[in-house]
Design a protein around this ligand. Structure first.
Ligand SMILES: NC(=O)c1ccc[n+]([C@@H]2O[C@H](COP(=O)([O-])OP(=O)(O)OC[C@H]3O[C@@H](n4cnc5c(N)ncnc54)[C@H](OP(=O)(O)O)[C@@H]3O)[C@@H](O)[C@H]2O)c1
Length: 240
């Protein structure tokens, strides 16, 4: 199977959890990878670690994806460093979980701005570069929360339901430009998301590497085939 040599990928939220595992898997498959998250120190830490194996194929930049100007800088920096963009993985997200009466307007906006509006920003800025390369791939990391509402999930559910609809619409906008769009809906993954702790006792959950593997598999499908939505869940969650 040919790898992703000469392909350039951007992974938002690529400094920990699922995004970091995706960045690592892309590097192992030969791609050049740009990671972005809000904190310079985390970006530098991740890049330094990944550089040990990947050398100059990894780079990073601090970017708050909620800020359109910073997204423009991320894409410009990537094109300057690596010569273009072929793959965009929209992975950065936050979660605030509380009853709708208790969630603050600031928390609501943080969730919707990060998990939905920022994905539009990243796609909007990247698409012209994908077109310049003759095509590409956009993979949005959604969640089973994008189809299964739950108590305390109003903001997060709304953001991921919105992301699923957005992904399906742009898939139709872009398919004849050879730009494929998929979204992945994992169930519980063992990360620090939403203030959880990564723990061995959580070994029933999906591992970040499981999601990364799905991303790599998507990128290796024949161009004729578009698995536009992938659901994945732990095989054996604790019995209720
Ligand atoms: N963990 C789960 O159970 C689970 C299940 C289903 C789906 N997901 C989805 O999987 C994706 C990754 O989640 P995860 O579990 O890996 O979470 P995580 O460990 O909390 O990582 C989130 C990443 O996003 C970055 N980020 C957050 N806000 C950002 C912003 N405004 N601009 C740029 N980067 C930002 C974080 O870095 P900074 O905070 O330093 O910016 C971090 O690198 C998310 O889309 C999440 O919704 C997770």
């Amino acid at each position: 199977m040919p790898g992703l040599e000469n392909k350039v990928a951007i992974v938002t939220g690529g400094t920990r959890g699922i995004g970091k595992a995706i960045a690592q898997a892309l590097l192992e498959d030969g791609a050049q990878v740009m990671v972005a998250s809000r904190h310079e120190v985390d970006v530098k830490g991740s890049v330094d670690l990944l550089k040990k194996k990947a050398g100059a194929r990894i780079n990073g930049i601090a970017c708050d994806v909620r800020d359109y100007g910073q997204v423009q800088r991320l894409i410009e920096f990537t094109v300057k460093q690596f010569g273009g963009v072929d793959i965009l993985v929209n992975n950065a997200a936050v979660g605030h979980f509380a009853s709708v009466a208790d969630i603050s307007p600031e928390q609501w906006c943080q969730v919707i701005d990060t998990n939905l509006t920022a994905v539009f920003y990243c796609c909007h800025e990247t698409i012209p570069h994908l077109k310049k390369r003759g095509g590409g791939y956009i993979i949005n990391i959604s969640s089973l929360a994008g189809k299964n509402p739950f108590k305390g999930g109003s903001a997060y559910n709304a953001s991921k339901f919105g992301l699923n609809g957005f992904s399906e619409a742009i898939m139709q906008d872009l398919r004849y430009d050879n730009i494929r769009v998929s979204y992945v809906m994992p169930g519980s993954v063992n990360t620090r998301f939403g203030g959880h702790e990564e723990e061995v006792s959580n070994s029933w959950k999906l591992a970040p590497e499981d999601v990364a593997r799905v991303v790599i598999d998507l990128l290796h499908h024949d161009p004729r085939c578009l698995p536009s939505c992938v659901e994945m869940r732990p095989s054996k969650p604790p019995k209720k």
